[in-house]
Ligand binder design. Structure first.
Ligand SMILES: C[S@@+](CC[C@H](N)C(=O)[O-])C[C@H]1O[C@@H](n2cnc3c(N)ncnc32)[C@H](O)[C@@H]1O
Length: 467
């Protein structure tokens, strides 16, 4: 029987059948044939895709379309997968009706996800927007859409902007999130009269000769007396390293256990991890040796959903009052920055005031030991660190010593992530330093160590669901 579009206008011509799985439904071959003929939905011909549920469309009793979908109770999500309708009976309303059938089956209130294929003429963002889906990410022509709260798609968004062990902090999608966080931090700083909240109390602390933080724009001009004068312009980040709030959010979302609630940050420094953790409603305690940094950060974070507190203390001695579910730190990099308190001096015990790298390292690791002992079992200890060079130009190998320290203290070095930074100034420096065969550093390391039974990780941390 030749099917035509107007056929389905006849009452009863259209039938939608919901099957819990294509396999065992009797429609295995019909779906596979339609999938192969459609080309875009070809994966629905595979067994591993036919394990999923589907809406089967029949026109005049002839299988004329399908829409496979996955109900994932672990991730508490509905994922719309492959779909097609015979061209000869295709109609947008018919297609939308098939999507509506899937939505009706979502009696769990789960968020629903679809990734629209740019090659499909009907699986389009426009069509799904008309049904109530919203695009949370666009990548290489694909639109990643959610039917539900955008927050439900956040972990997937963060997964897509990281995915591997190189986190590209200058990608457009990364910078978009960074801007959002920095706007929030700036607003909180302005509200509570904290100037430069992103690097409060650390303006100009950069001691390095290369790197992003010592970029100060300047220009030469001729003044009315005909003399050439040098005008100092904008200084990037106030000559201080600034923790990336996006890296903080990724670390918090991926390494906080599902039932976790408390983050401890020894060698606290910048406001970013506390702000992000408190904004998510969790508890955050940081041990920071400088009163001015504590005061600034506590002021900035006083209105957050959760509590974020900086406690003036020496992290090599401090023990948090509760066992943390996650330890995060971005400690000083030896002699890269100078940390001064209200009196203009580094407090006693401030790591970068130690005359030798060995004293710096041993005190740092003493603080880590306290944090490891406090950390709950089956939990992560995440460090963002970077190496620095001694006065002769050789690296101290602090990054490697971190890995060995964790291994030798019974933790598992579980991820070694490269945090890729802007090459902006490094190119300028390379023109000088390459003569000394020094390749300027444009990355930092994020070492993810795990305390406990690694087989528990899958069930102890939120599932990302389908990506
Ligand atoms: C700002 S963060 C480091 C930022 C970034 N990692 C960098 O070096 O580019 C380091 C913080 O550790 C604090 N600090 C240094 N020694 C400390 C100690 N013994 N106990 C607690 N905090 C300490 C400093 O005051 C500083 O605010």
């Amino acid at each position: 029987m030749t099917l035509t579009t107007d056929m389905f206008k006849n009452e009863g011509a259209i039938e939608f059948e919901n099957v819990a799985s294509v396999i065992g439904s009797g429609y295995e071959n019909d779906v596979a044939v339609l999938a192969i003929e459609d080309k875009i939905a070809y994966r629905a011909a595979r067994k591993n895709m036919q394990i999923h549920s589907a809406i089967i469309l029949k026109v005049m009793g002839v299988v004329s379309g399908f829409f496979t979908y996955q109900i994932n109770h672990d991730a508490r999500e509905f994922c719309l997968l492959q779909s097609t309708i015979r061209p000869e009976v295709f109609d947008f309303d018919l297609y939308k009706a098939m999507v509506q059938k899937i939505i009706e089956n979502n009696t769990y209130g789960y968020p629903m996800f679809i990734t629209t294929n740019p090659k499909s003429k009907f699986e389009t963002p426009k069509l799904f927007e008309s049904i109530g889906f919203t695009t949370y990410l666009e990548m290489s022509g694909y639109a990643y859409m959610v039917y539900g709260d955008m927050g439900d798609a956040r972990l997937k968004y963060l997964a897509h902007i990281t995915m591997c062990n190189v986190w590209n902090s200058i990608s457009g999608k990364w910078l978009k999130v960074k801007r959002e966080w920095n706007e929030k931090i700036e607003a909180a700083g302005a509200k509570h009269n904290i100037p430069n909240p992103k690097f409060a109390s650390r303006d100009g602390c950069w001691q390095g000769t290369n790197g992003y933080s010592n970029v100060v724009l300047g220009s030469h001009e001729i003044n009315e007396d005909g003399e050439v004068v040098h005008k100092v312009g904008k200084s990037f980040n106030g000559n201080a390293s600034v923790l990336d709030p996006v890296a903080c959010e990724v670390i918090l979302r991926f390494f906080m256990p599902t039932d976790g609630s408390f983050v401890y940050n020894p060698f606290g420094g910048g406001v970013q991890m506390g702000f992000v953790t408190g904004d998510y409603g969790y508890k955050y305690i940081s041990s920071e040796i400088r009163q001015n940094q504590c005061d600034a950060n506590n002021a900035i974070c006083q209105d957050l959903k959760g509590s974020a507190k900086w406690i003036k203390s020496d992290s090599s001695e401090y023990v948090p009052d509760e066992r943390p579910d996650l330890v995060f730190t971005c400690p000083p990099y030896y002699k890269v920055e100078e940390y001064l308190d209200y009196d203009g001096n580094p407090p006693e015990g401030e790591l970068n005031s130690f005359p030798t790298y060995q004293e710096f390292r041993d005190t740092l690791f003493k603080g880590y030991k306290k944090a490891i002992d406090a950390l709950k079992d089956d939990s992560f200890f995440v460090v963002m660190t970077g190496d620095s060079r001694d006065k002769n130009g050789a690296y101290y190998c602090c990054e490697s010593e971190h890995e060995l320290f964790f291994r030798d203290n019974g933790l598992h070095v579980y991820n070694k992530i490269v945090y890729l930074e802007c090459e902006f100034t490094r190119l300028a420096h390379a023109k000088k330093t390459l003569n000394y065969r020094k390749f300027p550093k444009r990355e930092q390391k994020i070492i993810v160590a795990y305390k406990g039974d690694m087989s528990k990780i899958k069930d102890r941390f939120p599932t990302v669901g389908r990506l």
